[in-house]
Write a protein that binds this ligand. Sequence first.
Ligand code: G1P
Length: 297
Amino acid sequence: MKIKKVTKAVFPVAGLGTRFLPATKSIPKEIMTLVDRPLIQYAIDEARAAGIKEFIFVTSRGKSALEDYFDHSPELESTLRKAGKDALLEILKETNMDSGAIAYLRQNRPMGLGHAVWCARRLIGDEPFAVLLPDDVIASEKPCLQQMIEAYEQTGGNMVAAMEVAPARASSYGVLDIEEDLGAIVRVKGMVEKPTAEEAPSNLAVIGRYILSPKVLTNLNKLKQGAGGEIQLTDAIAEEAKSGNVFGYRFRGQRYDCGSKAGFLQATVAFALARPDLRDEFGEYLTDLMALQQAAQ
Ligand code: G1P
């Protein structure tokens, strides 16, 4: 089986980020920082590590800060250069994209994740592609998308990142209906978006990393409304599952739900503690804080 290389990725970033108001009144949620890097940078780095060469952003009004973030900043760069701040210039390099490597297009109405991905159909064309939801930040030794691409090179078809969740949490996710459990990989026969605990076909939930065949875009052409009245990516993938072409992948790593305040805070603490330049000072502060809290109880 000849499997086409995945070189394009879609980043759906059109959401209003209402859970983070008032902060998101004037900054896109994806620019909010975990330590000192915007959320979106983590997703871009992960995609780059997996060999992605073309980055497609599906945006909406009020997201222009994202375009500036990935552009050169000549004034800032020349000030840093003159001041001999080479380390900072190096850090800035990670934010620059080659001309033509990044495309922005608008989803002009919030019609769901499936619709956002469908908006990118002409740029994707007839190729397999990845989708990364920047709200899902995954800390792992090998970047999650890279793990998935390696698995996909064995299976072909479509692959979604999967993680075990408690039944009470099923209603926050797309949930896999499993045909065959092969260990790290599961063959899927269906998928249900945001089921109740009783309806959930398994405890394996979809996390925001996908490798999809262009057939999924064809399925999205129908623009059929699903859960919550939205056009669901889950439904378009589920249609492919009928022909045995969808796999779930149990990735190795820790996922943080940075779409929620608690998840964002957990990721902030974990990422700060993983940083050599912050670990000691911040770790000590946390230990003292816990001791104070316990003493007060
Ligand atoms: C989206 C998908 C859902 C998936 C989740 C992962 O939901 O629709 O299938 O499980 O991302 O984070 P959202 O969180 O955008 O409501």
